[in-house]
Design a protein around this ligand. Structure first.
Ligand SMILES: Nc1ncnc2c1ncn2[C@@H]1O[C@H](COP(=O)(O)OP(=O)(O)OP(=O)(O)O)[C@@H](O)[C@H]1O
Length: 233
């Protein structure tokens, strides 16, 4: 079996033109993720964890190294060098990104946020199916039906997060990137997230996650590594 994601010698630094300095994001990172695996990244604030995830999602353009992803549509593809059109396709169809922040338009209902993802997946010609899937997904992630038409700005942290995960999961990503999704959640909501991750794992989703809370990660990861000053410790 080949890895779903193979990262070799990945480095990214940021040039701060205004102060004439270069800051290391991450340096010489190498690891593999096998299909269905859950890999955890730990490390202090500023150690480079999010930089790795953002390089995979190509929010950051990697500087050197390779991120070889085994895509369903394109076969093996290097996310460091592939063209933007393919990156957008993969974001839409294969790679999901969930953070603690809800990235939604201000006046969009919870239902519409998930429906938008569903329509991107199934196409507007399958609108009825997209609606059914949206409702099933909202129920699956315990979003109260009374909340579906509300703007999620007023939602609790846990509700926003569940909505985020629902919108990401309706696309059935082959690879899910979790960027500290439990930050600022209370213990009950963290447990809920853990349950969701266990469910996703059971469904065979491959995941790479950053968590500050080591207790939370206990027994959850197949592999984990620690970051220190941009490098794998
Ligand atoms: N866009 C950017 N421009 C300049 N410097 C950046 C940028 N993004 C990250 N950095 C720097 O790169 C280093 C690694 O940041 P990164 O966000 O990867 O850390 P992290 O381990 O995820 O931290 P946290 O746990 O606080 O989110 C930090 O020193 C940070 O200031």
């Amino acid at each position: 079996m080949r890895p779903l994601l193979s990262i070799q010698d990945l480095s990214k630094s940021f040039v701060l033109h205004n102060v004439g300095r270069t800051v290391t994001g991450c340096s010489h990172i190498s690891f593999d993720i096998m299909p269905g695996e859950f890999v955890g990244i730990t490390g202090r604030s500023g150690s480079g964890k999010s930089t790795i995830l953002r390089c995979i999602y190509r929010t950051n353009l990697p500087e050197s190294g390779s991120i070889v992803y085994d895509s369903a549509a394109f076969g093996t593809i290097d996310l460091c060098t592939c063209d933007e059109r393919r990156v957008l396709y993969l974001r839409k169809n294969e790679i999901g990104y969930v953070s603690q922040f809800l990235d939604a338009l201000p006046r969009q209902s919870a239902y519409d946020i998930v429906l938008k993802s569903a329509l991107e997946t199934f196409g507007v010609e399958e609108a009825e199916h997209a609606r059914e899937q949206t409702e099933a997904m909202l129920r699956h992630f315990n979003i109260d039906e009374n909340h579906w038409e509300l703007f999620p700005r007023t939602f609790s942290g846990g509700e926003k997060l569940r909505l985020n995960i629902a919108a990401a999961m309706i696309k059935r990503p082959r690879l899910l990137l979790l960027d500290e999704p439990t930050a600022s959640l209370d213990n009950a909501s963290k447990l809920k997230v853990r349950e969701l991750i266990e469910q996703l794992k059971g469904q065979g989703t491959t995941m790479l996650g950053i968590f500050h809370d080591l207790e939370f990660m206990e027994g959850l990861c197949d592999k984990e590594f620690n970051m220190q000053k941009g490098m794998m410790a």
